[in-house]
Design a protein around this ligand. Structure first.
Ligand code: 3EB
Length: 339
């Protein structure tokens, strides 16, 4: 019997995955293979034929911002416990949402979300978590019933417990965003693949999983960036990036300087991906969009000023109201590179 190369998973070509951003909801065709459609801002009637995710984040500005994740191989949809997901052989995009008001404390809730995510990945062929987005309210609120840790710390603990329990080889942590919203839910959505990505760390920043932390608090398990090839394309998923150098917050009370520092961090990460990981990213041309989380509405004008000075005028950007995991951070950014 002849086994053709296409039956061999190791040599099978990687499906393509392309992300398209748009300021308006687009009509989709069932003939397109849509992995997910993501919406920031108000939209009515997103096509329920596809996995569609509406974030609880408030958009600062009049525009809707939509993302369509398109592949070249047929996509199926399924559900595992509370996780809704879309997938094919090589990629999986999932979404889980829990009300924060239930009987679980926040560590248990986060652990539950991540246990379900990992179980979902183990049951599918796509065990490598590449990118996660995590949103929940009252991110720096201290939980008096829980050793006075705040919700972000409890989230980190829950995520770590679930990661350990999964038994999945986690040498490559996913790129991640963790932002406080003004809703009532823990929302997590994520991208996974059958093949690992390459973790990229930032020479200007202590790796988050090596942050010095106080007793009984765990390090945040995320990579500063993850590189992943999809067919002819390469993606660099840049984690939520703030004005942190080493492990310390810089430019307290200065939103403009914080944003400039965060952009410096992203630029350094891209250079590092090119120099150390053989990526060939153009820091300007391959930037698909930038997401900017702003803590205070009244900082918007200053934020816009810095973005105008630092970004190409036609670069799609999305400004969202959000709280950072440290009280002294006023702004955080997130970038997506695609070649
Ligand atoms: C930082 O650099 C800012 O816990 O997964 C950014 C991105 C941050 C991801 C996470 C936290 C996380 O530490 C906070």
């Amino acid at each position: 019997m002849v086994i053709s190369a296409s039956n061999n998973a190791a040599t099978a070509p990687t499906s393509s995955l392309e992300v398209v951003v748009s300021k308006a909801a687009r009509p989709l065709s069932v003939h397109q293979s849509i992995l997910t459609q993501l919406y920031f801002g108000a939209i009515d009637g997103a096509d329920q034929n596809f996995l569609s995710i509406h974030t609880d984040l408030e958009v600062l500005g009049p525009d809707l911002f939509a993302q369509y994740w398109v592949t070249d191989e047929k996509v199926k949809q399924s559900r595992y416990k509370n996780v809704r997901y879309a997938y094919n052989r090589q990629m999986l995009f999932g979404y889980v949402r829990f009300a924060c008001s239930g009987t679980y404390n926040f560590q248990q809730l986060s652990e539950r979300a991540y246990r379900q995510i990992y179980e979902c990945l183990i049951n599918s062929g796509c065990r490598r978590l590449l990118r996660t987005w995590n949103y929940f309210p009252q991110i720096t609120k201290t939980c008096s019933d829980y050793k006075h840790h705040n919700r972000y710390e409890l989230f980190c603990n829950g995520r770590l417990c679930a990661t350990r329990a999964s038994g999945i080889d986690n040498k490559v942590y996913p790129a991640a965003t963790v932002i406080g919203n003004r809703g009532d839910y823990l929302q997590v959505y994520f991208l996974a693949s059958d093949a690992p990505g390459v973790a990229v760390e930032n020479p200007r920043q202590t790796s988050a999983y090596h942050y010095p932390v106080a007793n009984s608090f765990t390090q945040p398990l995320f990579a500063r960036g993850v590189l992943k090839a999809w067919g002819e394309r390469t993606h660099l998923y840049v984690s939520g990036t703030a004005s942190i150098v080493g492990h310390e917050t810089l430019h307290i009370n200065n939103v403009g300087a914080q944003l400039n520092e965060a952009i410096n961090n992203v630029e350094t990460l891209v250079e590092h991906a090119n120099d150390q990981h053989q990526a060939q990213l153009n820091a300007q041309d391959d930037l698909l969009y930038m997401k900017v989380y702003v803590r205070h509405n009244e900082d918007l004008a200053r934020v816009q000023q810095v973005l105008t000075a630092r970004l190409a005028s036609d670069l799609p950007r999305m400004l969202l109201l959000g709280d950072m995991c440290r009280d002294d951070l006023l702004v955080e950014i997130e970038a997506f590179y695609q070649t």
